[in-house]
Design a protein around this ligand. Structure first.
Ligand code: AMP
Ligand code: MN
Ligand code: ZN
Length: 867
């Protein structure tokens, strides 16, 4: 280098440094200010596009990546291994890559795919193609593992740019076309793309033609895409764009051009290369072999074979014995000559190890690349100088980066990363002499940042770092009781529609769209807050997002809905009436009446979210009345009456479900809880002043319930509670100052205990918040229902000893249809087994559909849903 240039460089550097120092000082001051405001981590005020992802397959934990599991086979295998191996043995080579109609000029026309419908259209198009070309663009600076920011797909007719940031969570709907062995995918240099697609979307490529592999087979002088574009298409490219920030939206026009170019010409290039491969002379195949190996295709086969070998690769996370230690070893070995003689060599090595460990953890925690958090040269500089003040630390880092940037001839000066700037106080600790071992240090840093009062936010990427150190407790930010969705306690006076809406529609959104993630970051379901609280209180989950809240389970859930190809449970449900779309009020409606459902075998019961929908009052009324009609139809079809005909007063007669000896005839009376309660109430209030005839009539009603025996005052009081929920019973008891013998009541606690549905059963995940266990749909227009007890729960049933309320099964008298329900279910199980139940459910869904012709059912809902 001549002296003039050296001088110039020196001046440039020093002026650069001066500017940087000033900038740094400013930035540091700002940082300090921010710290005083207690928002220590830059991520608390900075949004990253990947934070909107709801499905993260590869998180930043030290746990291995989980590949797609197609069946019960071992998960370490490639899910499409047999398909790929079949292609290796017998490549399909008769693809027509080019049909002359291709747009060689590349017009302005292309398709920007950024919503679900467009993506589905694309899948539709691709599934009809026999070949298409693919390329992907990644973002890797502000991400630990990197993520796919764009996929370019070109058919012979069209260029598609798929916004994989907007569509990240649903990209896997492209999996089938990528895994289809009958569709050939053309890439150039697919080595990385193949595993990136696995990492981000569980997309596995089966049947690949890699134009770079074809170059190898043809022994081309170069194998770059730029070379091929120039040679075959006469276009020049600027690979500068390769390193653009592909997260930006919208793309500037030249980035669009560049991106399209990477895929647009691939089919034509593949066509040219295959033609050349066919022309290659096969010197290898001896004449005796030529009978079994088609000479013409020998090299084509070889290019295909080498391509499809790439498909067998599997994405894996790089795992090391101790975080950051392979980087540390490499840095140390690179600098061994500078420090070997130094007395501080041991200290240098130790500091490099600590800094690398810290960098590794911080990069994972903030989802940043190692390179961004702290460069290798900055680590060396810090370990050499051990700066003690914050300003010195910043200066040391910038200086080191400037030096390397000058060497690499990239010009813009670098500052310490936001990670360093917002966690400068970590260095004080890192440089301490007292640290005993790396592991201890690691745990401390982890706790400081992600612990209960940690400085950094949880994310889908970093929560997994805690899984091996579960002693951190997430502050219980969600435990405040949510009362919003409880039904209003206001007592309705009139059976008006308004009152009903007010009283029974849901006061806050039923679907809170809280999310539950599995411990590998995959979305399991949407649910309400209560469910999140349940897990958090038991330390079974960690909070990873607050608005709307999301948790990550710390245990392996029993199942994953998507594994069964069922998206239903992970769809965000809308808070609108499924019938007409009304969004101002809605209430839950059980499509399968509870009087039947509660008698289903446990495993058939658990799929509740499918059969509970939101409806507005009008649709509710329609659905309810047609369900009531249908119940009558069921009753006559099965010969099982709806109401308890006779209620027992002795242990022998207790068998109200009358399994086989069903002598009850339809229409021969029976008493509904409603009728019973109305009669009892009238007798208590006005009995003495009533005309005797009316009094006797009402008494008959009550007597019917008690099996015809004479009734006492207490019997009347008890009759008021029939068919009520524990909550309503309590309320009524309080109101009436009743001293009911609670010993004889079915324990309230039994029903108020934490929802038993809160298990790990994920199909139940989108269950609604329900304080009641089972609730029957009730008629809205029945004044008595609105006036007294619309939520009729049948915990209390007829029973013989002591009082009416003794120990009978809680399942026996829901709305008075309990026994009917039980008999019907028993009959179905006996005659048709579980298929009988399934078919029965389908009938109810059909009834519902015919009653309100729902137009807003969630996608995936259907009458024939199987469990
Ligand atoms: P390509 O296969 O050329 O489309 O590149 C795909 C992605 O790989 C790009 O979006 C970049 O993220 C990354 N990439 C490829 N080459 C480089 C490079 N030389 N430097 C940095 N990133 C690269
Ligand atoms: Mn590209
Ligand atoms: Zn942080």
């Amino acid at each position: 280098m001549d002296n003039k240039i050296k001088m110039k460089l020196a001046i440039t550097i020093s002026s650069c440094l001066a500017v940087i120092s000033i900038l740094l000082a400013n930035r540091y001051r700002k940082q300090r200010k921010r710290k005083q405001n207690l928002s220590s981590c830059y991520l608390k005020s900075e949004a990253k596009p990947q934070h909107n992802f709801k499905r993260v397959l590869a998180n930043n934990s030290y746990a291995p990546f989980k590949h797609l599991k197609l069946d019960d086979s071992c998960s370490d295998l490639h899910p499409y291994e047999s398909e790929i191996k079949a292609l290796l043995e017998k490549p399909q080579v008769e693809f027509e890559f080019f049909n002359g109609s291709m747009d060689m000029e590349m017009s302005d026309k292309y398709v920007w795919v950024d919503d679900e419908s467009k993506l589905k259209e694309l899948v539709e198009v691709l599934s009809k193609e026999r070949v298409f070309a693919v390329d992907t663009e990644q973002h890797s600076l502000h991400s630990f593992l990197g993520f796919t920011a764009l996929i370019q797909i070109s058919t012979r007719e069209e260029d598609y740019l798929v916004d994989t940031i907007a569509l990240h969570d649903i990209m896997r709907i492209l999996s089938p076309v990528f895994a289809d062995p009958n569709i050939c995918k053309v890439f150039h240099g697919a080595d990385n793309d193949v595993i990136w697609l696995q990492r981000d979307f569980h997309i596995y490529v089966v049947n690949l033609f890699d134009t770079a592999k074809a170059c190898d087979v043809l022994s081309k002088p170069q194998r770059s895409l730029a070379y091929l574009l120039e040679t075959y298409c006469g276009v020049t490219t600027n690979k500068f764009y390769q390193r653009e920030d592909w997260r930006q939206r919208p793309f500037p026009i030249d980035m669009v051009e560049y991106a399209r170019m990477d895929a647009h010409y691939l089919l034509y290039i593949a066509h040219c290369l295959v033609s050349e491969l066919k022309l290659q002379k096969n010197d290898n195949s001896a004449s005796e072999n030529s009978a079994c190996l088609d000479d013409k295709y020998y090299f084509v086969f070889e290019a295909y074979r080498r391509s499809n070998v790439l498909c067998l690769q599997l994405f894996t996370k790089e795992l090391e014995a101790s975080p950051g230690q392979s980087a540390a070893s490499s840095i140390i070995s690179r600098h061994v000559n500078d420090h070997k003689s130094s007395t501080n060599y041991t200290r240098f090595q130790e500091l490099v190890r600590r800094l690398c460990s810290w960098r590794d953890l911080m990069a994972r925690m903030h989802d940043e690349s190692l390179k961004y958090v702290l460069s290798d040269s900055a680590i060396v500089a810090l370990a050499e100088n051990v700066p003690l003040t914050a300003t010195d630390i910043c200066n040391t880092i910038s200086q080191a980066d400037i030096d390397t940037d000058l060497l690499n001839s990239t010009s813009n000066p670098r500052f310490p990363s936001s990670v360093v700037l917002s966690h400068l106080d970590d260095f004080e600790y890192l440089f301490q002499d007292e640290i005993n071992n790396l592991d201890e240090m690691f745990q401390l840093i982890l706790k400081k940042h992600l612990g209960p009062n940690g400085s950094c936010p949880f994310s889908l990427y970093n929560y997994g770092l805690l899984s091996k150190s579960n002693d951190f407790k997430v502050s219980k930010r969600l435990v405040t009781k949510e009362n919003g969705y409880k039904f209003s306690r206001q007592v309705a006076r009139k059976a008006s529609r308004e009152l009903f809406v007010q009283k029974f529609s849901c006061k806050s959104p039923v679907y809170h769209n809280c999310r539950i993630y599995a411990n590998d970051g995959r979305l399991l379901c949407y649910c309400d807050r209560r469910k999140l609280e349940w897990y958090l209180q038991r330390d079974l989950a960690k909070l990873v997002d607050e608005d709307p809240p999301a948790i990550i389970l710390l245990f392996e859930p029993k199942g994953r809905p998507e594994d069964e190809g069922n998206d239903f449970y992970i769809q965000s449900k809308k808070n609108i009436c499924v019938g007409c779309g009304e969004g101002n009020h809605y209430l839950r409606y059980r499509i399968i009446p509870s009087c039947y459902r509660i008698h289903f075998p446990e495993h058939l019961k658990s799929h509740r979210s499918h059969d509970i929908v939101l409806v507005c009052v009008d649709c509710h009324e329609k659905a309810h009345s047609s369900a009531e009609k249908y119940k009558k139809k069921v009753a006559s079809e099965f010969g099982i009456p709806l109401f308890v005909h006779k209620v027992v007063n002795s242990v022998e007669d207790q068998d109200v479900s009358g399994s086989s000896a069903s002598v009850m005839k339809l229409g021969d009376g029976g008493v509904s809880p409603l009728e019973l309660r109305t009669a009892a109430m009238a007798l208590i209030r006005h009995g003495p002043r009533m005309p005797p005839k009316r009094r006797e009539e009402l008494k008959e009603v009550v007597k019917k319930y008690y099996g015809g025996r004479d009734i006492s005052e207490e019997d009347l009081e008890n009759a008021l509670l029939v068919g009520m929920s524990p909550h309503e019973r309590r309320r009524l008891r309080k109101k009436r100052g009743m001293s009911l013998n609670s010993r004889n009541l079915v324990s309230d606690k039994e029903f108020d205990s934490p929802d038993k549905a809160l298990t790990t059963d994920m199909e139940d995940g989108s269950e609604f918040n329900n304080n009641e266990t089972e609730t029957e749909n009730t008629s809205i227009l029945d004044p008595d229902v609105v006036g007294s007890s619309a939520k009729q729960n049948g915990y209390i049933g007829p029973s013989g000893n002591e009082g009416v309320f003794a120990t009978c099964s809680s399942k026996l008298s829901l709305l008075g249809h309990g026994p009917h329900g039980k008999q019907v279910v028993d009959f179905l199980l006996k005659e048709h087994g579980e298929d009988g139940i399934r078919e029965f459910c389908q009938r109810w869904r059909q009834v519902f559909v015919e009653a309100i012709h729902p137009r807003f059912l969630p996608a995936g809902w259907d009458v024939t849903h199987r469990i």
